[in-house]
Design a protein around this ligand. Structure first.
Ligand SMILES: NC(=O)c1ccc[n+]([C@@H]2O[C@H](COP(=O)([O-])OP(=O)(O)OC[C@H]3O[C@@H](n4cnc5c(N)ncnc54)[C@H](OP(=O)(O)O)[C@@H]3O)[C@@H](O)[C@H]2O)c1
Length: 370
């Protein structure tokens, strides 16, 4: 019997729950959430809805605050999940996307990059990894929370961490696949996409963000015939990336990775943060391993340095050997102009940093909507 434990039954987690409920590789779904009612209710709804479609998996919900380290370790030891899909976060990026802030201030906040909010993504993930360690369970984590950066920080800090992340480079690679199918009239099996890149590729586009791209149709290299920057910025249309209220797209990536980690036969895909590497890579995922499938001529070291360079666009200068995430001088300056001073995010300071960011966020929203 395969068990998937899902943390954070929020927007992304809610979609992931529904997809897991219809995923053949999964027999038992255990959800955990801090607040009462919603998580239990969504779990029951997924149980009923999936039954319409002939799925009769086991469902369980537990109320859990990941900050309660004893309770988290106890629950993990009881549940013994084969895979954990982690989507808990202190505050979803959707909240800022949808906040009523004037556009000038919104642009200033965006200039501080997504990494401004890193502690909110890193803290629950760190609590989870520590709980797994304390429970002594053998499991594999798929982390949704800013995996390009968080996975590497966790691996460096704990010496282990998520097997995989979700989304980001995969979203870009999938857009390219569908574009190439439409342009060539060939089915997906005839098309090969290799994309090494990170969150920065989605956020800043292919002209700005370091990446490596290769596209083959029926085994022929057609990379030079296609403009990646154009595909990523304008295909398919219409599509709204910002202010969206739906993370179904990213939840699908998460559930696909969770299912691949339950299967013996490898799945060729793109994966962010595999085994603690920065950014994303083409790879094969299976129950026992994740093997990178890099484009010809690119070594693992080169691919990693390329994603480290891309992370600087996201404001991340480097991640130290203890997992401390050091911001670039440029981003430190932008953060300071917003009234927030932080040179590096360390694990010891995470709870304090999360509280500080709460204060900053409230202050900015009040200022921006005045
Ligand atoms: N990699 C990608 O491509 C990608 C794309 C989209 C989103 N994401 C990431 O996915 C994550 C989830 O986003 P979302 O919009 O789904 O957020 P959300 O709706 O706010 O859901 C997060 C959930 O985390 C729970 N939570 C927070 N702290 C907890 C704790 N200490 N213990 C237990 N549960 C806790 C919250 O539960 P309570 O309300 O009960 O506290 C909430 O339900 C974010 O990190 C986001 O950046 C990644």
């Amino acid at each position: 019997m395969s068990t998937v434990l899902l943390t954070g039954v929020g927007d992304l987690g809610g979609w992931a729950l529904e997809f897991l409920a219809r995923t053949p590789e999964v027999d038992r779904i255990v959800t955990v959430k801090r607040s009462p009612w919603t998580g239990a209710s969504l779990t029951n709804l997924a149980m009923l809805g999936s039954t319409f479609q002939g799925h009769t998996k086991q469902f369980e919900h537990h109320r859990l605050d990941l900050a309660d380290e004893d309770a988290a370790a106890r629950l993990l030891a009881e549940v013994e999940p084969d895979v954990i899909l982690h989507s808990a976060t202190v505050q979803s990026p959707r909240v800022f996307m949808n906040a009523p802030i004037d556009e000038g201030l919104r642009a200033e906040i965006r200039a501080a990059t997504f990494s401004l909010w890193l502690p909110w993504h890193l803290l629950p993930a760190a609590l989870l990894v520590r709980a797994v360690e304390r429970a002594g369970v053998k499991t594999r984590i798929v982390n949704a929370a800013f995996p390009d950066v968080v996975n590497e920080a966790l691996w460096k800090h704990f010496g282990h961490g998520p097997a995989a992340g979700i989304g980001n480079v995969e979203v870009c690679a999938t857009a390219v696949l569908r574009y190439a199918m439409a342009a060539s009239g060939r089915p997906a099996d005839d098309i090969g996409v290799w994309l090494v890149g990170s969150h920065a590729l989605m956020a800043f586009g292919a002209d700005a963000a370091p990446h490596r791209f290769r596209l083959e149709v029926e085994g022929v290299d057609v990379t030079a015939d296609h403009d990646l920057a154009m595909i990523l910025s304008s295909w398919p249309e219409p599509i709204t990336w910002s202010r969206t209220d739906s993370f179904a797209l990213f939840a699908a990536s998460a559930v696909k990775n969770a299912a691949a980690l339950l299967r013996a036969e490898p799945l060729r895909t793109h994966v962010t943060g595999p085994m603690g590497k920065p950014g994303g890579y083409p790879a094969f995922i299976s129950r026992d391993r994740i093997d990178l499938d890099l484009p010809p001529g690119l070594t693992v070291e080169e691919a990693v340095s390329l994603n480290e360079a891309a992370a600087r666009l996201d404001g991340i200068d480097r991640i130290e050997s203890d997992g401390a995430v050091v911001y670039t001088p440029e981003i430190r300056g932008v953060m300071e102009s917003l009234g927030y001073r932080c040179d590096a995010v360390t694990f010891e300071e995470l709870p304090h940093r999360c509280r500080e960011l709460r204060g900053l966020y409230t202050d900015l929203v009040t200022r921006g909507s005045a």
